[in-house]
Design a protein. Structure first.
Length: 266
């Protein structure tokens, strides 16, 4: 999973989202995006793109085909060749991805204790209960509830990636019912409320999340995005600056903060 600006790309499945909304992109433009994201900040030559898009011996109007793929990619990203935010053209050489990129790393495998196995079973039972239309069995202790809530959060993320926003909101609300004191889960309820079209519920939930944990960079980042979507760039910048101060170096927050400052000044 690679994030840049408001976009997230799954390089394995060929999916692209903009703020949780799926973006339609054909295979060849997406392969161009993959090639650029694999080498952010570096030159990717036209010949390298040709080898990636067309098998050896394929007879095709290469320059026209590549130009078409790049045009479709830029249209999907809202980018422009003359003043690019994402894809820079290096005349007669190739192309370069110039925006900050964040890559989600997979967690390292770890041994599972008997206690962890028990908690995983509780999470699985609860999730299976929800998938079958019921509530599932609620874990008896705080550790079990936390793990079950995180499992539901991951499932809500999967539903969101499929465009099933109302279902994702329903699942994350069940996670919140398990651990109502979690600022992270509460902020996610606000985020999914917006995705599901329940706009009036977003900010109150995010404000509640800041009351639960004012030291969470992720909560303030969500708050900044919520204000930005409302064109309130004064509060957006203030929230994102707070997120930046708490998170330290974070290219995702830095990109949005720079953009929000530009919008505030315009």
């Amino acid at each position: 999973m690679v994030t840049f600006g408001p976009f997230t790309a799954n390089l394995d499945t060929g999916e692209l989202w903009k703020q949780s909304v799926p973006v339609r992109l054909q295979q060849q433009p997406f392969q161009v995006l993959v090639a650029l994201l694999e080498h952010p900040g570096s030159l990717v030559t036209a010949q390298e793109l040709r080898q990636r898009l067309w098998a050896e011996g394929t007879h095709v109007a290469f320059e026209r085909g590549l130009a078409s793929a790049l045009r479709k990619l830029r249209e999907a990203l809202g980018d422009g060749a003359r003043s690019p935010v994402y894809i820079e053209t290096l005349t007669r050489r190739g192309y370069r991805f110039i925006a900050p990129v964040t890559v989600a790393a997979s967690p390292a495998p770890a041994s599972t204790s008997h206690h962890q196995t028990s908690l995983l079973r509780w999470a699985a039972v609860l999730l299976l209960g929800i998938l079958s239309g019921g509530l599932g069995r609620v874990p008896p202790d705080d550790d079990g509830r936390l793990l079950a809530a995180e499992s539901l959060s991951a499932y809500a993320c999967l539903l969101k990636s499929r465009g099933e926003f109302s279902e994702a909101l329903s699942v994350i609300r069940r996670a919140q019912a398990l651990i109502p004191t979690s600022a992270k889960i509460t902020a996610e309820v606000g985020f999914y409320s917006h995705a599901a079209g329940r706009y009036d519920d977003e900010l109150p939930m995010l404000h509640r999340a800041t009351q639960l944990d004012a030291s969470s960079a992720e909560v303030w980042w969500h708050m900044g995005l919520a204000y930005a979507r409302r064109q309130d760039f004064i509060n957006a910048v203030a929230s994102l600056e707070r997120a930046r101060g708490l998170a330290g170096a974070d290219s995702r927050i830095d990109w949005w903060l720079t953009w929000a400052r530009q919008q505030r000044a315009s």
